[in-house]
Structures are given as C-alpha cells and as structure tokens.
Design a protein around this ligand. Structure first.
Ligand code: DAH
Length: 351
C-alpha cells in the first residue's frame, strides 16, 4: 500500500471508531468497543503486525500514523469511560434523591382498647408497689367461686351473683375472687404474698348503661403476718393517687362481703367535680371504685393458711368503671360494641 492509501485507511478507521465510541454509552458497549478496536483481532493489531515486513522508511511513516491513531482512540476511550461512569453515578443519585422538605405521611397506628389501657395502668401501679400478677380461668368450680369464699349453697349473697352454669359444679366465674384461694394454695401455705388478678367475669345481668353480662375485674390480695386494715387503707390510697392524681383522697364505708370481715366500699373524690358535687357523683362528692376488706379467716383456712398467724386484705375493682370515670364514657356498652367511631378516639397518631 502507498503512503496515501495507508493514510486514507487509517483516517477511515479513526472516524469509524470515534463515531462508534460516541454511540457507546454504557460500560458494556464500551468494553465491546475496546475489544473491537484494540483486541487481538482488531484492524490496528493486524496492521501493526504488517509493519515488520516494511522497509524502514515506510515502517517509520506508517508506524507514526498508526501510533497517532491509537493514541487518539485510547484517549477517546478513556474520556468516554469516565463520562459514562460519571453519568451512571448522576443517574443513581437522581434516583435516590430524597426530598426532605416533603411533608411526612402520618401513620395511623392501632391503639389499645380503653379497657386494656386502663387495666395496664392499674397493673403498673401495683407492680410498682411490689405486687405480682396472676391470671385465672373463666370457667370455675362452684367450690372456688363461692364455697371457699364463705358463700355456701343457698347463701343469699348468691342472688347478687347469678351466673351461667355449665354443670351443677362448673360455672362462668362471677368475680376474680376465686383466684384468692388458688393463689394462696399455689404459693402457700403460710407464705406471704402480694398479687393482683385481672380477668373477665360473668353475671346473669341484663345489659344496660352500667351493667354487662361479661365484664372485667381486677382482684387484689395481700397476705402476711400482721397485715392490718391500715395497710389496706394505705395501699388503696397510694393506688388512688397514682391513678387519679396526688390530690386524691379515699374514704372507706362499712359494707358486707362474705369473704371479708370487716368489709368496706372504697370511694375516691369525684373525678368530675373534685368533690364539690355534680351529676356524676350525684352531688355526694364521692365515687365508689372498689370493694375491699380483711380476708375472712374461713378463706385463709380454705387455702390451708394458719388464720391465727396470718391475716390479709383483699379488694376487687372494675377497670371498666375506672375507664368510664377517667375518660367520661357514659355507657359501658360502648366498651363492647367495637364501634370504630368510639374506639378511634383513643387512637394515637404517630408521624
Ligand atoms: N368479688 C367482689 C365482687 O365481685 C368484689 C370484691 C369485694 C372483691 C371485696 C374483694 C373484696 O376481694 O375484698 O363484687
């Protein structure tokens, strides 16, 4: 080939390679381009091999041109590779851009049922006072639900707690009190204990604004040597202050329960009017929140405790009633109807 012809061939290759380089816009096609124009089977390599057979003058002239084309293509390749990589990073950054000025999407989080929430608040107060938590069964025996609690068959106190019977002996428990004897049997005999028992109980009552045939209770039991009525009062006063505020005070009124002697009803200052008198407290300034008393010796004995050495106090409360007072809920049935218009009012919004 003549000098001229070499020149033309080389310029043609250069143009073709540069055009092809411009169209190689990702790393894979750039690699294919590199193999095609610099690889073992490339035109440039083939021509370089031919240099050996040329006379010195021609070899120098063609060799120079070959090198010049190679350099142009090499630097073109490097430049294009950098550009392609930079472009890839720009694309990635653009795709991952986070506009922190956009308002967030608020998450609607489900929330605890007001009854559950109240039970957990009450539990937290007693846990802090050193109580443990136990749970019992909703199906109980007549023996634990009544007889061991000093309520023999035909006792008039049974009228207040009629329930659903599965058999003559098995029933849906009417209160959490049967757990008093079960817990004492488990931990005792003659061992001190402080326990609360949350759970669901049943009564054969007509449902109305303040009654439900199924409802929640929390039982409390403290047994030890030298446990006195003043312990009952102090504990329940601490509880009332923790739950309803430090300004709270309680009052005890004499009452009757077969499983305690003496028995009391415990009132707190009306949460609505702080004691000045209103509709909620029927102008008395006080609201009854639980029943309590000193554990009857018969109950201690039924659990195998020595009633001359050991004494205790017990209490029972309805967390739904507490929730109704705290949140101003006028009708207990609202707590059972699963109406979202009611329940979502207790929902927290997290954003
Ligand atoms: N069990 C009683 C009820 O359901 C509540 C109660 C009253 C529980 C006095 C007690 C207590 O432990 O000492 O009406």
């Amino acid at each position: 080939m003549h000098q001229e012809a070499w020149n033309e061939e080389l310029q043609a290759l250069r143009e073709e390679a540069l055009e092809s380089l411009r169209l190689s816009v990702d790393e894979a096609s750039l690699e294919a381009w590199r193999v095609r124009y610099f690889g073992k089977k490339s035109q440039l390599t083939a021509w370089s091999r031919q240099l050996g057979g040329m006379d010195p003058e021609e070899r120098r002239a063609v060799g120079q041109q070959l090198n010049a084309v190679r350099e142009v293509l090499e630097s073109g390749y490097k430049g294009q590779l950098e550009e392609v990589r930079a472009q890839a990073i720009r694309h990635q950054l653009a795709a991952e851009t986070l506009d922190v000025t956009l308002p967030g999407r608020a998450r609607r989080v489900g929330t605890l049922h007001p009854t559950t929430r109240t039970i957990e608040e009450i539990e937290a107060v007693f846990l802090a006072l050193g109580f443990t938590i136990a749970e019992g069964m909703e199906v109980e025996t007549d023996e634990y639900n009544f007889e061991m609690l000093n309520v023999p068959k035909d006792h008039p106190a049974r009228d207040m707690q009629d329930t659903f019977y599965l058999t003559d002996e098995l029933l849906l428990r009417t209160h959490t009190s049967p757990m008093q004897v079960r817990v004492m049997k488990q931990i005792g005999p003659n061992q001190p204990l402080k326990v609360i028992v949350p759970g669901r109980v049943y009564r054969r009552d007509e449902d109305d604004a303040t009654h439900s045939h199924a409802f929640a209770q929390i039982e409390g039991l403290v047994v030890g040597e030298g446990v006195r009525m003043s312990d009952l009062k102090g504990t329940l006063e601490a509880f009332a202050k923790a739950l309803f505020g430090q300004q709270q005070s309680i009052r005890l009124r004499p009452s009757f329960f077969p499983f305690t002697e003496p028995s009391v009803e415990v009132d707190v200052r009306c949460i609505q009017c702080q004691g000045t008198g209103c509709r909620v407290c029927k102008d008395t300034g006080w609201i009854e929140i639980l029943g309590a008393g000193m554990v009857h010796p018969h109950v201690l004995e039924a659990a195998g405790y020595d009633a001359r050495r050991f004494s205790g106090f017990a209490f029972g409360m309805g967390p739904e009633r507490v929730a109704m007072l705290k949140y101003g809920i006028p009708d207990i049935r609202l707590l059972y109807q699963n109406d979202l218009r009611f329940l979502t009012q207790f929902r927290r919004v997290l954003s």
